[in-house]
Design a protein around this ligand. Structure first.
Ligand code: IPD
Ligand code: CA
Ligand code: CA
Length: 287
């Protein structure tokens, strides 16, 4: 596949488009904003999501008229999926809730995947920090041109971990709240940043050691998952498999590799998973 499409060039174009969309988000970030609700009361879409998607889709269609594009806000564009082996997954604004509250943590995420859902390349741009993460399958991952490597932490008790919660969490039984608690009782720190694409890229950069989440969409996770893999990390579903469900985002565990088995144990066994020894707690600081 990569014989017919020059991947390095495609990556370069995707990077350029992501930066342009990021600049647009920065512009909207400073303006008064209005939002609509999607499926649930807490699932928002702003003017910026739509404007960013329009910019990205127009630019991708110009550069790759033969490719299919899946945009979070607008659905499918271009020739039907089955007519082309090249499928773009576009999240024009990952972290919309943050954006709507002026919490400056959000990103643009673009991935190009084959019909098997496996990403060939991915770009995530964080416009507030001007950080551009990108990866090419078997070509490594970089942050602003510097090679990315996952962390070397090998004990969950010393790990900083991150997760997210689905938009149906008010009512869904499987809303990750229990698993959050199981991790909180076993790790050094647990965070909920609010942008899955950044969660994954920050695992690739060694800022986080573990990420887990259920109920993502392909546009949330594809680019970031490739960054983790190309930075030497491990990505699987909750059963520990590299599966289509994982690539779709149904269930994702992304780690530095060294912590993968420990993270899966918490996800799969909950309270029955081993806890760090109380003995390792410094005297006088314990609960
Ligand atoms: C959401 C964010 C969030 C994750 C949700 C996603 P959006 O994307 O990535 O961190 O927990 O599952 O839907 O709606 O801000 O593009
Ligand atoms: Ca998203
Ligand atoms: Ca989005």
């Amino acid at each position: 596949m990569s014989d017919t499409l020059p991947m390095t060039e495609a990556l370069h174009i995707a990077e350029h488009i992501a930066r342009q969309a990021g600049a647009l988000l920065r512009y909207y970030f400073e303006r008064p904003r209005t939002f609509d609700h999607k499926q649930t009361l807490i699932d928002l879409v702003t003017e910026a999501d739509r404007a960013s998607e329009q910019l990205i889709v127009e630019a991708l269609q110009k550069a790759f008229p033969e490719h299919h594009i899946v945009g979070e806000e607008g659905g499918g564009y271009g020739p039907p999926m089955e007519k082309t082996p090249y499928h773009w997954y576009v999240d024009p604004l990952d972290g919309t809730t943050n954006f709507a509250h002026r919490f400056p943590v959000f990103a643009v995420s673009l991935a190009l995947s084959g019909p098997d859902m496996q990403p060939l390349l991915g770009v995530v741009y964080d416009p507030m920090r001007d950080e551009l993460f990108k990866a090419q399958r078997e070509g490594g991952a970089t942050l602003n041109g510097r090679r990315l490597r996952v962390s070397r932490v090998d004990n969950l008790a010393e790990a900083l971990v991150v997760t997210g919660f689905p938009y149906n969490r008010w009512t869904a039984e499987d809303n990750n709240v229990a698993t959050f608690g199981h991790f909180a009782r076993r790790v050094q720190g647990v965070r909920r940043v609010g942008a899955a694409a950044l969660d994954l890229c920050w695992v690739a950069a060694g800022r986080f050691d573990v990420y887990w989440e259920r109920g993502l969409q392909p546009w949330d996770g594809q680019a970031g998952m490739l960054c983790v893999l190309e930075a030497g990390g491990t990505v699987t579903d909750y059963d520990g498999r590299v599966s289509e469900a994982m690539w779709r985002g149904d269930a994702v565990v992304a780690t530095n590799g060294l912590l993968h088995a420990q993270a899966l144990e918490v996800i799969q066994h909950g309270d029955a998973a081993p806890r760090p020894l109380a003995l390792s707690q410094p005297e006088g600081e314990g609960v």
